[in-house]
Design a protein around this ligand. Structure first.
Ligand SMILES: [Fe+2]
Length: 239
């Protein structure tokens, strides 16, 4: 059996929402869950005051030292390809965002989440929970040590498989600076078959979701490295 291509590849005509700008589409038929997650009503613009309110503020006291090392959260080491994922969190003008809370979650090397809803018949890893978090430093830098997640099937369409990815949640300096997104690995053969990645219609924007292999940060005899920067802007998007 071949892997089914994204069956909705091609132009999808939906009204542009001025809050998101032309060409940005949040209800994408090929990714079935967006039917329930995309707003049905016009977006509500947050009051100007909220754009000026600082926070949420996360202090280092709330984090444990190993929160950003997903390979050392249990007695033993998880199976899989050890990797370092790092990058910077920046605002629209390229300025670093310090003390941003960066949270990640991911499948294990076999493509299985430690979650009740995940019934994929692949093994759980007793030494891998698949979740981590850290705060950015003064230059907006974050870093995680983890293992490369495996691809997994997800029943969105016939023989649907997700490319390997890491989920990211970011809280910036303002209540309106919040981003939930996914990071992909370069050269994944599943890219053309993934409606979630295809839902980003602009190829240049899709490329921004793919990390860069970073030979300079690989650690000899230990781990490969990938670099991925994130640019945050307040929502709803300002013109
Ligand atoms: Fe996922």
């Amino acid at each position: 059996m071949t892997i089914a291509a994204d069956p909705y590849e091609g132009p999808v005509v939906l009204p542009d929402d001025p809050s998101f700008g032309p060409g940005v589409q949040i209800d994408y038929p090929g990714y079935r869950s967006t039917r329930w997650r995309a707003p049905k009503d016009p977006l509500v613009t947050l009051p100007e005051e909220l754009h000026r309110i600082d926070g949420p503020v996360f202090g280092n006291a709330a984090l444990e030292p190993l929160d950003n090392d997903l390979t050392r959260q249990h007695d033993g080491e998880p199976l899989g390809e050890r990797i370092l994922v790092h990058g910077r969190v920046l605002d629209e003008r390229g300025r670093p965002i310090r003390d941003a809370l960066v949270e990640v979650w991911q499948a294990n090397a076999a493509g299985r989440y430690r979650h009740d809803v995940d019934r994929h018949p692949a093994p759980l890893d007793p030494n891998f929970s698949g979740a981590g978090r850290c705060l950015t430093d003064g230059e907006g830098r974050y870093a995680f040590t983890t293992i490369k997640p495996g691809a997994y099937p997800w029943r969105n369409h016939d023989n649907a498989w997700r490319p390997a990815h890491i989920h990211f949640s970011l809280f910036g300096r303002l209540f309106t600076e919040r981003l939930v997104t996914q990071m992909y690995f370069p050269g994944d053969p599943l890219f053309p078959f993934d409606p979630i990645l295809s839902a980003v219609r602009d190829p240049k924007m899709r490329e921004l979701l793919v990390a860069r292999f970073d030979a300079s940060r690989t650690e000899p005899e230990w781990a490969l490295a990938f670099e991925w920067d994130v640019i945050m802007r307040a929502t709803p998007f300002e013109s």
